[in-house]
Design a protein around this ligand. Structure first.
Ligand code: SF4
Ligand code: SF4
Length: 173
């Protein structure tokens, strides 16, 4: 099997190309693995639950206003470097159309006109809340949100490891 080595320090464009290559070459075979199919379904549910909770707490509105009216989005250029190929590959499984170029010079490569393009995000993106948010949202609502996010992070970790293990049996990556 062809092997295309990348590392965490590879440029994001290379990581995206790696993810696309492995999605094309091994996507079907990976989906045939029951554990991976089940974890993908669970992850979709966990992500939707977290997003619903974020909207209910009011965080989505605060962030939208911050981004559009106050120019304060926290999705800055360079954060994309925290992402590895596996996490990008998981996003392809979730139907995400990964970007070909940066939308805004100062913004994260993985953001677009309407914010983050991803479904499965890095733990630093999932967990981040600034003072603007914590000052306005009740601590009990944040605790509830964290519980949902904990499930999302846990499922994502198990899926990440399962895909990595399966692919490593077929390639040298
Ligand atoms: S987390 Fe804070 S800085 Fe980031 S978009 Fe929301 S309000 Fe703005
Ligand atoms: S939430 Fe999305 S757009 Fe924002 S920094 Fe994370 S990956 Fe980039």
């Amino acid at each position: 099997m062809t092997s295309r080595k990348i590392s965490l320090s590879s440029p994001i464009e290379e990581k995206i190309a790696w993810a696309r290559y492995y999605y094309e070459a091994f996507g079907e075979a990976l989906l045939e693995q029951e554990r991976i199919g089940n974890l993908l379904e669970s992850l979709k549910g966990d992500i939707l639950a977290s997003r619903r909770e974020m909207a209910l707490t009011g965080i989505v509105d605060i962030c939208r206003h911050c981004d559009r009216e106050e120019g304060g989005s926290c999705c800055g250029a360079g954060i994309e470097n925290r992402y590895d190929g596996w996490l990008l590959l998981i996003n392809l499984f979730l139907g995400v159309d990964l970007p070909k170029k940066r939308w805004q010079d100062t913004g994260c490569f993985l953001s677009g006109e309407n914010g983050c393009l991803l479904m499965a995000r890095h733990v630093i993106c999932i967990n981040y809340t600034c003072k603007k948010v914590t000052d306005r949202i009740a601590p009990c609502a944040i605790r509830e949100l964290r519980e949902n996010e904990g499930k999302e992070i846990n499922t994502l970790f198990m899926l990440h490891e399962s895909i990595k293990k399966a692919l490593r049996q077929w390639t040298n990556d």
